[in-house]
Design a binder for this molecule. Structure first.
Ligand SMILES: C[S@@+](CC[C@H](N)C(=O)[O-])C[C@H]1O[C@@H](n2cnc3c(N)ncnc32)[C@H](O)[C@@H]1O
Length: 220
């Protein structure tokens, strides 16, 4: 009944779950289950694009125990909390610019000492550089028209050569009129021109409509 998809990512009766880093506390309305004295939190693919990407066959998961993640667009911490379960003694630097989401995020971070909330605009990485000791991976879900540029600028500042990045792209945030496939093509070309190599990509349907999830290698 308990299987493993990636390091720290489990399958329980066909559903994704992570081992709770902060047992007896919930972050959203996720279901939990106790097995052999361990609490697992089901990772809802309707509420987290990373979970949807894994279920859609993501080939490689760059976040594992000890990983330091720079998370751009952390919202109230839904996906970030599952990363916190996975990295344990690693770190999730959670950048979010909406004060409303930040309030919930701070509450989540209080129970999870491996998550650091940073109230900042991801377009201005120089404003939070002082808080980031080291980042192995960037995860970005900002739903903004200039999301390629945001990833490029943050990668230049924080990533080492050959580090990995993941980005969730919502086509309608970039252009509401054009075909999503054209929007994705242009975004990927911009990333490739700026030293990224696409390692994997998938449409997140049926979990999300018109969303592309991309795993990238930063060539430095
Ligand atoms: C789709 S939601 C994120 C959901 C979250 N990633 C999750 O899975 O739990 C996008 C978030 O990005 C934030 N955001 C958008 N642009 C941003 C920016 N330039 N800097 C920081 N946060 C930003 C929004 O306020 C919003 O909370």
């Amino acid at each position: 009944m308990l299987g493993q998809k990636f390091e720290g990512v489990f399958l329980i009766s066909g559903k994704l779950a992570t081992k709770s880093f902060a047992p007896n506390s919930r972050v959203y309305d996720e279901r939990t289950i106790k097995m052999d004295n361990t609490e697992y939190r089901f990772w809802d693919p309707q509420k987290s694009k990373a979970s949807a990407a894994i279920l859609k066959g993501l080939r490689q998961m760059p976040i594992r125990k000890g990983t330091k993640v720079l998370y751009l667009g952390a919202g109230s911490g839904t996906t970030a909390s599952h990363f916190s379960d996975i990295v344990e003694d690693g770190k999730i630097y959670c950048v979010e610019f909406a004060p409303r989401s930040m309030r919930d995020l701070i509450r989540t971070c209080e129970r999870r000492k491996n998550m650091l909330p940073i109230l900042a605009d991801a377009r201005r990485p120089e404003t939070y550089q002082k808080f980031i000791q080291d980042a192995d991976v960037i995860y970005q879900d900002v739903a903004q028209p200039d999301q390629a540029k945001i990833l490029i600028n943050n990668s230049r500042m924080f990533l080492k050569k050959d580090s990995l990045a993941m980005i969730a792209v919502k086509s309608q945030c970039i252009d509401v009129v054009r075909e999503p496939s054209e929007v994705y093509k242009e975004l990927i070309e911009e990333l490739e021109k700026n030293n990224f190599e696409v390692l994997d990509k998938m449409d997140l349907f049926p979990f999300d409509k018109d969303h592309l999830f991309i795993l990238l290698r930063y060539k430095g």
